[in-house]
Design a protein around this ligand. Structure first.
Ligand code: 6PG
Length: 245
């Protein structure tokens, strides 16, 4: 289940997440000379991205050796309001001195197979992977949907049980759209994972996920369980309102 940190409100969640980002970056640069992060989409992390794009983080974080990957993406052009890349670019990337080559967006428009293998190749190149090796992110940011999905791993879909691919593009039947997502083996191979959850509308799901029995096909976020890393839930009081004190 990991460590659950309850914070007063969404601003405090963003502040704590920025501290975790900063600590993970410092540690990664000290030990490996670079920091590699996978970002989440949706609305929750926008406040975090704006925060790390402003002082003191804008100056303090090691942007020149930070590599940004995406945990998932909608199958739309990068200019589309739905695009996670667009959101991350507007809130974060255009405000910080990160080299363009360090940004690794997912393909939102190509053919399914081509988009999958293009991103897989980016991972293989960046992490210098041999056959059957998995990438190891220093920090993997995630969110949770009201239906218990995380990244674009939706309930009842083949993304929940995919243990062979690093990247999956598939049709999400309940949304009638395609999504591209990193898979659970990649997520769970991270050094640290932070799941940000805010808002009263997520309270019942958060309770089911953290306190209820394990039903990963129904609640995919329950399958986030690092093999050799840390898992931290950063939740605001509204989302935590159905958990015991
Ligand atoms: C996405 C995601 C997704 C998201 C949750 C929560 O691209 O939508 O990465 O998994 O984190 O749906 O979204 P909200 O933060 O908007 O509630």
């Amino acid at each position: 289940m990991g460590n659950v940190i309850r914070l007063a409100n969404s601003e405090a969640v963003a502040e704590k997440a920025a501290e975790e980002w900063s600590k993970a970056a410092e540690d990664a640069v000290r030990h490996r000379g670079a920091f590699t992060i996978a970002l989440s989409g949706g609305t929750t992390p926008e406040a975090l991205y704006r925060l790390v794009a402003s002082e003191p983080y804008q100056t303090k974080l090691p942007w020149n050796v930070t590599h940004v990957f995406f945990g998932d993406e909608r199958r739309v052009p990068r200019t589309d309001p739905e695009s996670n890349y667009r959101m991350v670019y507007e809130t974060l990337l255009k405000h910080v001195p990160i080299p363009p080559d360090n940004i690794h967006p997912m393909d939102g428009v190509g053919l399914m197979r081509a988009s999958m293998s293009a991103y897989e190749q980016q991972l293989i190149r960046h992490f210098k992977l041999n056959r059957r090796e998995l990438p190891r992110f220093d920090l993997f940011l995630l969110g949770m949907g009201e239906d218990g999905h995380t990244a674009s791993i939706f309930p009842g879909t083949r993304a929940v049980s995919d243990l062979t691919n690093m990247v999956l593009v598939y049709n999400v039947p309940q949304l009638h759209v395609e999504r591209i997502t990193l898979t659970l083996p990649v997520i769970n191979n991270s050094r640290s994972i932070c799941i940000l959850v805010v808002g009263e509308q997520k309270a019942q799901t958060l309770r089911d996920v953290l306190v209820g029995s394990k039903r990963t096909s129904h609640l995919p976020v329950q399958a986030v369980d690092p093999t050799d890393g840390t898992l931290t839930w950063l939740v605001d009081e509204a989302a935590a309102s159905k958990l015991d004190a």
